[in-house]
Design a protein around this ligand. Structure first.
Ligand code: SF4
Length: 344
């Protein structure tokens, strides 16, 4: 939704100031899907807005629903023909999380991620990011799905901190009471580890959750699978996290994808525990173990028993850890690094 354009049209038509709030309420709180559905404004204005503005900045190309219906993924076609995906996941009954993309493609080229393999195309605009949430709001209403969106996670295609200007504005839109009105604590931003971005988040949105795609705690291994580590290695990442803790003293989530025979041995768990222990605020670090969901190439997910051993080891070492419940595996609906692996 191009909010600035909406304001402009209303001003040019001499509409009173409260008209904007009326329209925004209908769109962001009531979840209408077209200007023609807004009953609180005149028919003339409804038709004018329908003609002059696009409700969403993309068209739906394809929708995939998982067998147990707890994960829905859509492929969206942007106005320039580029495609992105967004996912709606229900890790808990009647609660939905929206996973949004922040870029078309990604420049970071992580070995385990198909988004990276496709290279970087362009940054998404504020509207294109926020509209993914708006789309799901409308989708839930139209399809009479029970529950509502309780979380938004920036874990889809792209590295959010490499598109900070637009990501920042989209975060403002999500939090803004007249728009989406989400609590900052119900939003999470995930990064492969861009120190400047981590500090920007701490400064501008201290209540928004930070997640780090860690996955490896040895520089040689991390650089092999995540080339960004050659620029921002684990020491720089740790330094920026210490700075983050000084500024906001909030829990940080470390994402760790377990890949068979690569980073899933007990010796890896040992190194991970030492990595966590090296922080001054180690109690603020929480490890999310994720079973890899690889569909191509040589990488294989860790066996379930291995993941359990890994988890138990970390727990014994006093590390706060959970195994992330996988949802939507049949549609490869897991967002984050695996989102880009989806082929439609
Ligand atoms: S995992 Fe994330 S940062 Fe790495 S290439 Fe994929 S989208 Fe980019």
């Amino acid at each position: 939704m191009q909010i600035e354009k909406l304001k402009e049209i209303l001003a040019n038509n001499g509409e009173p100031k409260f008209r904007l709030s009326q329209i925004q309420k209908a769109i962001y709180q009531d979840g209408v899907s077209a200007f023609l559905e807004i009953s609180t404004i005149s028919k003339y204005l409804r038709k004018l807005l329908e003609k002059e503005m696009k409700f969403l900045s993309f068209k739906v190309e394809k929708i995939l629903v998982s067998k147990n219906q707890n994960s829905i993924k859509v492929l969206l076609k942007l106005s320039d023909g580029n495609k992105i995906e967004t996912v709606l996941l229900s890790p808990m009954k009647n609660k939905w999380s929206v996973c949004v993309s922040s870029q078309v493609g990604c420049a970071l080229n992580c070995v385990f991620c198909a988004t990276g393999k496709g290279g970087f195309q362009r940054n998404l605009t504020t509207e294109e990011i926020a509209d993914q949430v708006l789309f799901w709001k409308q989708f839930i209403k139209k399809n009479k799905i029970k529950g509502k969106i309780s979380n938004v996670v920036y874990m889809g295609m792209g590295e959010p901190f490499l598109n900070w200007k637009e990501v920042k504005k989209s975060l403002q839109n999500l939090i803004e009471l007249n728009l989406f009105g989400f609590g900052a604590r119900s939003i999470s931003v995930s990064t492969a580890g861009i120190p400047e971005g981590i500090l920007n988040l701490a400064k501008n949105f201290p209540q928004v959750n930070l997640a780090i795609s860690l996955h490896f705690v040895r520089n040689d291994l991390r650089s092999r699978f995540m080339p960004i580590n050659k620029i921002y290695d684990l020491q720089l990442l740790s330094k920026s996290l210490e700075e983050y803790f000084k500024k906001c003293n909030r829990k940080v989530f470390l994402e760790y994808i377990l890949i068979k025979n690569i980073n899933d041995k007990i010796s890896d768990a040992e190194e991970l525990a030492s990595f966590v222990a090296s922080f001054s605020k180690k109690n603020l670090l929480h490890i999310n173990l994720i079973r890899g969901n690889f569909t191509e190439g040589k990488l294989k997910p860790s066996p379930f028993f291995q993941i359990e051993e890994f988890r138990k080891y970390l727990e014994r070492k006093g590390v706060s850890v959970t195994v992330r419940k996988s949802v939507g595996e049949d549609i490869q609906g897991a967002c984050g690094q695996l989102a880009g692996k989806v082929s439609f």
